[in-house]
Design a protein around this ligand. Structure first.
Ligand SMILES: Cc1cc2nc3c(=O)[nH]c(=O)nc-3n(C[C@H](O)[C@H](O)[C@H](O)COP(=O)(O)O)c2cc1C
Ligand code: SF4
Ligand code: SF4
Length: 347
């Protein structure tokens, strides 16, 4: 027996996986005649206009970024209003699923489950479900997009899993999946923290638009966090970029690359070559020398990466630099597929 009168589903997506999951749940909910609404977190919805009471089930669907929920989702959850009405919620994080031969391999959630759970529990909501969903990995800066046949088979499997999950929680039963992964999730927390406070800013500087760009402005318009600005006439990635991969996968000209050659050199300079030049200024007798080395490395590294990216952006206007950057980017080559998920129709 269904115990909810309404479902309100908040989602954030880069390349459509979390949206697909949200739509599967929405379609299932509508098929059993329950009112259902899905809301894009990137649209900055006015929460005062959304009515939520004890008969409403709320859900959150989002990808996993750096073993955590994406920063935009964390910010949204932090400002989500508290309740005293015992409103029930579930969370679903999509992860980097792959397929090796016939075996579907899972991603890792890290804090992507734990953090939203803690935030919502402290605001008075009651947890009724958790489901990590291993949809295709979209991180094409580090690997080519999966082949469409593999993508389709992962989607088929995930649709079945999601419908089963939706049926269970809408009947008022609890459904917490993959809790046996918690030890791994806890073990990777230091990486989640490093990614949230440092790594993601470095990754925001690993995108360029080459001279294949026709300045259509699509990437700037569609970035969910407004991280792309037109600077000196070409797209420039600001540190607000959350590496959701939307721009790179949807550029109609395939003009956006991860400049692997440039990134390798700038990271080598930033974290290996330049910081030791500053170690000589540390007095011999000082305590916690290792910690000071690390602080210097990460601070200098940060400055070098940001400065190198600015310089590269200026130099990209020169044909020769543009060519060198392009041909030293693995993403430029045909075998490095972009990620195309599946668009899920809503009823
Ligand atoms: C920058 C970045 C970091 C990621 N980190 C993780 C991760 O820590 N664990 C994981 O399982 N998947 C990770 N992924 C994969 C995505 O979470 C996964 O492909 C997700 O289904 C994408 O959903 P979306 O299409 O809704 O954006 C990462 C992807 C990107 C681009
Ligand atoms: S979407 Fe592609 S072609 Fe259009 S402005 Fe962005 S990089 Fe250039
Ligand atoms: S700049 Fe591209 S990768 Fe970064 S958040 Fe915007 S759309 Fe996503």
């Amino acid at each position: 027996m269904v115990i909810f009168k309404k479902l309100v589903l908040f989602y954030f997506t880069g390349t459509g996986n979390a949206l697909a999951a949200a739509n599967w749940i929405k379609n299932y909910t509508l098929s059993i005649n329950i009112e259902s609404q899905i809301i894009n977190i990137a649209d900055n919805p006015n929460l005062n206009e959304i009515s939520i009471d004890e008969n409403t089930l709320i859900g959150f669907c989002h990808p996993t970024h750096g073993f955590n929920a994406p920063p935009i989702v964390i910010k949204f959850l932090r400002k989500f209003p508290a309740t005293n009405k015992k409103v029930k919620f579930f969370t679903l994080n999509t992860r980097a699923g792959m397929k090796a031969s016939k075996l579907f391999t899972p991603g890792i959630s890290g804090l992507a489950f734990i953090l939203p759970l803690i935030i919502l529990l402290t605001k008075g909501y009651k947890a009724v479900g958790y489901r990590p969903l291993d949809l295709p990995s979209n991180w094409i800066s580090i690997h080519p997009g999966l082949r469409q046949k593999v993508v389709d088979s992962i989607f088929e499997r995930c649709e079945r899993i999601t419908n089963k999950f939706a049926a269970k929680i809408l009947e008022g039963k609890k459904s917490f999946n993959r809790l046996y992964e918690l030890p791994i999730d806890i073990a990777v927390i230091p990486i989640s923290i490093g990614y949230y406070f440092y790594g993601r800013f470095m990754l925001s500087k690993t995108f360029v638009a080459t001279n294949a760009c026709n300045l259509c402005g699509l990437c700037e318009r569609e970035c969910p966090v407004n991280a792309i600005k037109m600077k000196d006439g070409i797209p420039y990635w600001t540190y607000q970029c959350e590496s959701c991969m939307h721009c790179m996968n949807s550029c109609p000209e395939r003009a956006i690359e991860t400049p692997h050659g440039f990134t390798a050199i700038s990271w080598w300079l930033a974290f290996w070559l330049i910081p030791p030049l500053f170690y000589v200024f540390i007095p011999e007798q000082v305590n916690h020398k290792e910690l000071i080395f690390d602080l210097i490395t990460y601070t200098i590294g940060w400055i070098v990466i940001f400065a190198a990216y600015k310089l590269l952006h200026k130099l990209l206007r020169f044909k020769l630099v543009n060519r060198i950057v392009k041909y030293t980017s693995l993403t430029k080559y045909k075998f490095w597929r972009r990620y195309r998920g599946q668009k899920i129709k809503t009823t």
